[in-house]
Design a protein around this ligand. Structure first.
Ligand code: NAP
Length: 323
């Protein structure tokens, strides 16, 4: 089969397509024939080797995908050959024609979506659900600022929160991104290039501040985030690319809490709950990942350049074998 095989950590050029043996599903494993694979920023961090938690070489990148179950190993129940599925996490990597998964990584493909949209569910929507509800405790009647709402996780936050009577504010870095954020349920969208955005966001809440901030770039925003929280406010740090100094006094003044999330810490029950929220949202029409661009497997390096560069206007997908 064709697969991206990374033999050395480095830039996008290390994403090379090779012919390798098709995997065989051992006990407890599901073999999926992939039609599409989702591209997320974390894939580029793992490829670079810079963060210290990359897989051992050689490896195939990719956590998200969509396709058809080809075969199952001994002991796997509830999955059958020919079943259409989406993938949220993979044992062998989704930038390939076939991959192996464990049962907690494979979910029934929601009717109404296409293969590219299905490959955009895993990391973005599972992360959004964990940030908003498991960690952030977002509830009806509250206000949420999604700081970086035009990317994969941000748009998923909007689509999951807005239908639950939560007032959602978003930020984006381009006109196109701002339009997409408004279209996906934000009451208002602000430019995160505008230094005056914090004042404008507080004003949008009538001066009371936001209850929850889902933060995609904490090293830039956290200090100012703490100044626009309502009493008892929370910040969930989803992304950060460096250090930042904050004033602990700001935590005292609104009795606020800063917390992080890390998707690998989600339990199987939590992951099943996230899949349930996605299925419910797709059925009601509120969940539909906006796909920004499609690349071939051979163009995975270009896809990685795009995913870290921005500005964003949706998800990036590799088309592997679109039937
Ligand atoms: P993405 O699709 O690349 O989107 C990045 C978002 O950040 C875009 O909306 C971008 O807006 C925005 N952004 C750029 N500059 C910003 C600024 N100064 N302030 C606020 N936002 C800004 O990435 P993603 O998939 O949504 O993921 C977001 C971050 O979360 C990434 O760093 C990713 O690695 C991380 N993440 C963490 C976990 C975890 O378990 N903790 C899980 C998934 C993702 P424009 O492009 O419009 O400027």
């Amino acid at each position: 089969m064709r697969a991206i095989i990374v033999t050395e950590y480095g830039g996008p050029e290390v994403l090379v397509v090779r012919d390798v043996p098709k995997p065989i599903p051992g006990p407890g494993r599901i073999l999926v024939k992939l039609h599409t694979a989702g591209v997320n920023p974390v894939d580029s961090y793992l490829r670079s080797g810079a963060q210290g938690y990359s897989p051992t070489l050689p490896f195939t990148p990719g956590m998200d995908g969509a396709g058809t179950v080809e075969d199952v190993g001994d002991g796997v129940i509830g999955y059958a050959g020919g079943e259409e599925v989406y993938i949220a996490g993979s044992v062998t990597g989704t930038y390939a024609e076939y991959c192996l998964c464990s049962p907690g990584q494979v979910f029934p493909f929601p009717e109404k979506l296409d293969w590219a949209e299905g490959a955009s569910l895993g990391v973005p929507y599972f992360t959004a659900a964990r940030a908003l509800f498991t960690r952030g405790g977002a509830s009806p009647g509250e206000s949420v600022l999604v700081h970086g709402a035009s990317g994969g996780v941000g748009l998923a936050c909007l689509q999951l929160a807005a239908p639950r009577s939560i007032t959602v504010y978003g930020t984006a870095g381009s006109r196109e991104g701002e339009a997409l954020v408004r279209k996906n349920g934000a009451a208002e969208c602000f430019s995160h290039r505008d230094p005056g955005r914090f004042k404008a966001i507080r004003e949008a809440t009538g001066g009371s501040g936001v209850n929850l901030i889902v933060e995609m770039l904490a090293n830039i925003n956290l200090d100012s985030d703490l100044k626009i929280l309502a009493p008892g406010g929370r910040v969930v740090v989803v992304g950060s690319r460096g250090r930042i100094e904050i004033s602990p006094r700001d935590l005292m003044s609104s009795e606020s809490v800063v917390m992080g999330i890390r998707m690998p810490l989600a339990t199987l029950e939590e992951r099943r709950e996230y899949a349930r929220l996605i299925e419910e949202g797709v059925r009601s029409g509120s969940v539909r990942p906006p796909v920004a661009s499609l690349y071939s497997l051979e163009e995975a390096g270009e896809a990685h350049k795009t995913v870290v560069k921005g500005p964003h206007a949706g998800n990036i997908v590799l088309e592997i074998d679109n039937p």
